[in-house]
Design a protein around this ligand. Structure first.
Ligand code: DI6
Ligand code: FE
Length: 403
């Protein structure tokens, strides 16, 4: 017999798009059957067949879908506190990258780490995310940049899902930076490392999606296109770090491959917005990187809203441009810096974050979806994006089980 649970005494932000703001149900009830939601609605409408279940009273708390962090680089070696100091003395992110620092210093530390080291280093960060109600986390490779070390990063990401009650989606990001041994030979790096390693990683079942960094300090659109061609051939979805520091037309390129998402997109233009809208590509906003790099160009939120491009919000947790584990803080920043409403920010870490990962079984509270939930000590969902440095999580539910 699968375990059935009835929750009552709660407000439910279902995050279903039609109807009340936040899809809110006052005095709601949720029936969980095993790992799945079986029924959700107003308590007074509870079908007779569930009336006999013993109710767990949530004391008037708010239930939301479990949070989904759709963009993270949480697996890496070392840290970049030194670079933080350098940037505070005036050096720019791009200058540091050109001087061999930046991503490449993390590459050195990551290459020196074992798979176990990488898992151990990532777990405190992952635990911080879980403590804020995250139930699905995307994790990228991209700090190894050799066949072996990229595979090690992906295996470490898979290990995290075995070690914690958390769903992990892995993203292959070998096209993140040109490693020092290929300096000035980016095309050769793509041909001899990125493409063959993608084939191998896919063969081992390590890859859920393929990403790249399309930027002056990283890869040009035609180089990214070669990676995406192979991803398409393997049947893997793509996403792209696009228009973060300049506009190279990366988002439109990604959209032309039916990308799940284009991420960062501070410099996205109208053509890029239109291409994303047409392809159904999700905009993943990463205000932690915007904040850390002291950027001033904000993503075109009003145009995206108008064009109907769904927006997600993620931490971009990484040692350089966003040493941040708090998805709640990312929601707050998305409101304060980018002008999202608290409702858009919560949709960005639930419904739209699921879409950015190609997941149709999570991100909203509805029958047949995964029973991944967060129970909060707040009286209105806007409080989640409003407070700063406060963690109101009461309990997390993962695959139907309370923690
Ligand atoms: N954009 C980012 O914000 C991260 N990667 C990327 O392509 C930064 C990665 C780093 O600085 O280590
Ligand atoms: Fe990133």
């Amino acid at each position: 017999m699968t375990m059935r649970t009835l929750m009552t005494g709660c407000q439910i932000a279902t995050m279903l798009p039609d109807g009340a703001p936040y899809g809110l149900i006052d005095d709601g009830a949720i029936v969980v059957n095993g790992r799945e939601i079986r029924w959700v609605g107003p308590r007074l409408d509870l079908p007779q067949e569930f009336a006999g279940l013993e109710a767990m009273d949530l004391g008037g708390r708010l239930v939301t879908p479990g949070l989904i962090d759709a963009h993270s680089h949480v697996v890496y070696g070392g840290n970049r506190a030194k670079e933080f100091e350098m940037r505070l003395s005036g050096a720019s992110y791009e200058e540091i990258a050109k001087a061999g620092g930046g991503i490449l210093s993390t590459v050195t530390a990551t290459r020196a780490a074992t798979q176990e080291d990488l898992v151990a280093a990532a777990l405190p960060r992952v635990d911080a995310m879980i403590s804020e109600g995250v139930t699905t986390l995307e994790i990228k490779s991209g700090y190894g940049l050799t066949p072996d070390t990229e595979l090690t990063m992906l295996r470490a990401a898979r290990d995290i899902a075995e070690t914690r009650r958390l769903r992990v989606k892995t993203t292959y990001l070998a096209a993140h930076a040109v490693p020092p041994e290929f300096a000035g030979r980016a095309d050769e790096y793509i041909d001899t490392v990125v493409l063959p390693t993608l084939r191998q990683a896919h063969g081992e079942g390590l890859v859920d999606a393929v990403d790249g960094f399309c930027e002056g300090i990283a890869f040009a659109p035609d180089q990214i296109a070669r990676v995406f061609d192979l991803a398409k051939g393997l049947g893997l979805p793509v996403k792209l770090h696009a228009e973060q520091l300049s506009n190279l037309g990366g988002a439109a390129l990604a959209a032309s491959y039916g990308a799940l998402s284009a991420d960062h997109i501070e410099y996205l233009d109208d053509q890029g917005v239109a291409a994303m809208a047409k392809a159904g590509t999700i905009a993943v906003l990463l205000p932690g990187a915007f904040y850390t790099l002291k950027e001033t160009q904000t993503p075109p939120v009003a145009s995206m809203r108008k064009a109907g491009v769904p927006m997600a919000v993620a931490t971009d947790c990484n040692p350089g441009s966003s040493p941040m584990t708090s998805l709640l803080l990312a929601m707050n920043m998305a409101c304060s810096f980018f002008g999202l409403t608290p409702q858009e920010a919560l949709a960005g870490t639930t419904r739209n974050a699921a879409l950015a990962l190609g997941l149709s079984d999570a991100g909203v509270i509805a029958a047949q979806k995964r029973a991944d939930l967060a129970v909060w000590d707040v009286s209105h969902p806007a409080e989640l994006a409003y407070t700063i440095g406060m963690n109101p999580l009461h309990r997390r539910v993962f695959e139907g089980r309370f923690q």
